[in-house]
Ligand binder design. Sequence first.
Ligand SMILES: NC(=O)c1ccc[n+]([C@@H]2O[C@H](COP(=O)([O-])OP(=O)(O)OC[C@H]3O[C@@H](n4cnc5c(N)ncnc54)[C@H](OP(=O)(O)O)[C@@H]3O)[C@@H](O)[C@H]2O)c1
Length: 272
Amino acid sequence: MSFSMIYGTAWKKERTQFLVTLALEKGFVAIDTANQPKHYTEPLVGESLAQFLKKGHSRDKFFIQTKFTSVDGQDHRTPYDRNATISVQVEQSIESSLKQLHSDYVDSYLLHGPYNHPRLGDEDWEVWTALERVYRSGKAKKIGVSNVTPFQLTELLERATVKPTVVQNRCFAQTGWDFHVRKICQSNGIMYQGFSLLTANPFVMEFPEVIEMAKQHNATLAQIVFSFSRQIGMIPLTGTTDPEHMDEDLKSVHITLNSSELEFILHCALEQ
Ligand SMILES: NC(=O)c1ccc[n+]([C@@H]2O[C@H](COP(=O)([O-])OP(=O)(O)OC[C@H]3O[C@@H](n4cnc5c(N)ncnc54)[C@H](OP(=O)(O)O)[C@@H]3O)[C@@H](O)[C@H]2O)c1
């Protein structure tokens, strides 16, 4: 299945069900969450999906993604036994996610972030092996990793038995919009998902050239950034809480920037 944008569900707390339902009604088919109560309310994502599917929509038309978050990324509401081995934590976390999401599989299951920096360490290989088991069991159609550096992704591709097919990273214009990780993804057929496209790069939308592009395309500045991100190979995430922004973000798929516009946005931060 294909989709042009992912609806992110972080930080919505008790408004999660209402906002996910609105996003589904607006036409989003890809939803991102995590089994991390500190930032995501996965049970309310599941309620929204269950209610929506009851209206006659088929599960296979939706891309549902969640994440395994290590103990360090959790608060006191850790959704698995903190004292268990990492392998058991992953087993418990995916079971809890599937229950919360009212589904017997997720389309994509991500490691929220590697344990070790700058290289991968023992915990990362243990967690990845556990994710591979989740993949082989059919409980996740794809497995991947978030918040990953080019070096870590290369290591994972070299040594993993089941290679990652999804990456989700924060995208800073100053790094050429995560240039090195995007290149690795392009060469290895990995779906690259970009987040914080607007919030990490507000200055991009202040360039007179970018303001002029928005005028020329009869688009908003946010739409220009989302279109740009797609045209350089990303699938953008949005976590908007505004119904009009949901429409705008989805419609940005119809905007096509020309090569000099793309070049400008790609390099504007590097020339500052
Ligand atoms: N893997 C990770 O570690 C990680 C970390 C952070 C986020 N994420 C995922 O990424 C998702 C998105 O997070 P994000 O960091 O990109 O930020 P975000 O939650 O999407 O926030 C973006 C900001 O942009 C605004 N916005 C959205 N569309 C707009 C539009 N068309 N015009 C103007 N403003 C617009 C929103 O305001 P309005 O609400 O007013 O529209 C909001 O203030 C999260 O929900 C989560 O699923 C993952």
